[in-house]
Design a protein around this ligand. Structure first.
Ligand SMILES: C[S@@+](CC[C@H](N)C(=O)[O-])C[C@H]1O[C@@H](n2cnc3c(N)ncnc32)[C@H](O)[C@@H]1O
Length: 178
């Protein structure tokens, strides 16, 4: 009996490892780039925008969820991470749970379909080709007053909304308010 349990456990583990390896290969070679925002920058940006307890914070393309986890843990906001890579979503959910975080959700979704009408703060670290499309969508669907943070890349045509720029050599942060 024990042998059978060990056998099935081993089989399940192999299956998980295969799925994991498959996702890593597919997303590394064919998926969008997944460079995380350094922790020091996340803290600096959050200090600058100073999120409030009842704010709804969304990270579009949340990766392993470090931005959302940090803002929920340190500022007590309601946080949502939207990410297309299922492996990242799984990891973000697991680590948020292990960290005992409440009011946090990670959705496996294409951010072009995300409803952020209720968002108070939207964070993005995206390539300019995605960024300009998302900016259009946010301008159309977001509520007035929403703060939009773009890590590393400025948003073309949004100079009128720019409220703060944190200059760094290769990694500036642009904060807008629509
Ligand atoms: C540069 S990483 C940023 C990760 C995280 N926001 C951070 O700052 O640490 C961009 C993330 O966007 C995700 N992504 C790209 N296109 C997406 C899409 N259409 N829908 C949802 N997520 C997407 C990628 O998988 C990647 O994890």
């Amino acid at each position: 009996m024990l042998g059978l349990i060990v056998y099935f456990f081993g089989l399940a583990l192999c299956f998980i490892l295969i799925i994991f390896a498959w996702s890593m290969i597919v997303f590394s070679f064919f998926g969008p780039p997944a460079v995380p925002t350094p922790s020091k920058i996340i803290k600096e940006v959050l200090k600058e925008i100073s999120p409030q307890k009842d704010d709804f914070f969304i990270d579009l393309g949340s990766g392993t969820g470090r931005v959302v986890k940090t803002v929920v843990r340190e500022y007590g906001v309601k946080g949502l991470g939207v990410e297309i890579n299922p492996l990242f979503v799984w990891w973000a959910r697991l680590t948020a749970k292990l960290g005992g975080l409440k009011n946090i959700e990670f959705k496996r979704e294409n951010f072009f379909k995300t409803d952020f009408a209720k968002a108070d703060i939207v964070f993005m670290y995206l390539l300019p080709k995605y960024l300009s499309k998302m900016a259009e969508k946010i301008e159309k669907e977001g509520k007035t007053g929403t703060i939009v943070v773009s890590q590393r890349f400025w948003i073309d045509g949004w100079e009128k909304y720019l409220i703060k720029e944190i200059k760094r050599k290769h990694n500036s942060t642009y904060t807008y308010q629509i």
